[in-house]
Ligand binder design. Structure first.
Ligand SMILES: O=C(O)CCC(=O)C(=O)O
Length: 279
């Protein structure tokens, strides 16, 4: 299982970070980002949604996460593809650049990779709508979608509690050591646009780890670690910061001039509107 590494454990011996990353494929650090930073992201989501549509009826007695959720859902109902527009705008905000370069994250990333890292250009806040399966990243490896060095680290920081009910990740600890699994169109319980790992291989992922985190906790995982988002069965949007850090000192990446090859199949999968359309 991916271990929980407290600030105290890391301060006394930071080699536990590298060891967990190599052996289990990642780790969890509770209370990684300060609440004030999480609140700022939620407020920015609410404000940005409000620029696109009307969400003025939001109730001030709700938590900031619930207010952001109501606002995103209201705008999504008013304007086709509204959630996607908010998602794109948030991923390019100065605030997300600030979050992505926060010392709480950078110190950990530098410990497991090197002091020379770059970010995937899209600084995501995933916004998973209730009962939406089409956009769900079922069983996959981030390497298939992002390329770059295999050691690339995804940092996953929820803006509210995540657990099985709202679709928190399922992971296959240790299975990053087997390299890339084949990804293709596959049926899980509901259709997804994502190309995914063969369910017969997924059936061999044992034990699985259900991620349960509080807002601001950080999950760090290897780009080869198989994982699956699950359906959000709550009335609220699931918000998760999702950042990818690449090591400029990685040998093959450096030899390739830090270029990422065309990821045509992955790109086409994420762009498709249905499983029967050409793309
Ligand atoms: O929807 C999520 O919470 C996670 C999505 C995911 O696995 C990914 O973006 O790689």
């Amino acid at each position: 299982m991916l271990p929980i590494l407290t600030h105290e454990a890391i301060a006394s011996d930071s080699s536990c970070l590298r060891q967990a990353y190599a052996e289990q494929g990642g780790f969890i650090i509770p209370q990684l980002l300060p609440v004030a930073e999480i609140d700022q992201v939620l407020q920015t989501i609410t404000e940005t949604a409000g620029l696109l549509g009307d969400c003025s009826a939001t109730d001030a007695s709700l938590s900031l996460a619930q207010q952001a959720s109501r606002c995103v859902q209201a705008v999504h109902a008013q304007r086709e593809g509204g959630q996607g527009l908010i998602y794109e705008a948030i991923s390019q905000t100065p605030l997300m650049h600030h979050i992505a370069s926060h010392s709480a994250i950078m110190n950990v990333v530098r410990s497991i990779l090197s002091s020379h890292v770059v970010l995937h250009q899209r600084l995501l806040v995933l916004m998973s709508l209730p009962e939406d399966g089409w956009h769900l990243g079922r069983w996959h490896q981030d390497y298939y979608y992002n390329g770059g060095p295999e050691t690339t680290c995804t940092v996953y920081i929820p803006l509210q509690k995540v657990n099985q009910r709202n679709g928190g990740l399922l992971l296959a600890p240790g299975r990053h050591r087997e390299g890339m699994f084949d990804h293709d169109v596959r049926q899980y319980d509901v259709p997804t646009k994502w190309n995914t790992i063969d369910p017969e291989i997924v059936a061999t992922f044992d034990p699985l780890q259900q991620i349960e985190l509080e807002a601001g906790d950080g999950l760090f995982f290897h780009s080869m670690l198989p994982h699956a988002a699950q359906m959000n069965h709550t009335p609220d949007v699931r918000f998760v910061i999702n950042l990818r850090y690449r090591d400029l000192l990685d040998k093959s990446y450096r030899e390739a001039g830090w270029k990422i090859p065309e990821l045509t199949a992955a790109r086409q999968a994420l762009a498709r509107k249905s499983l029967t359309s050409a793309t």
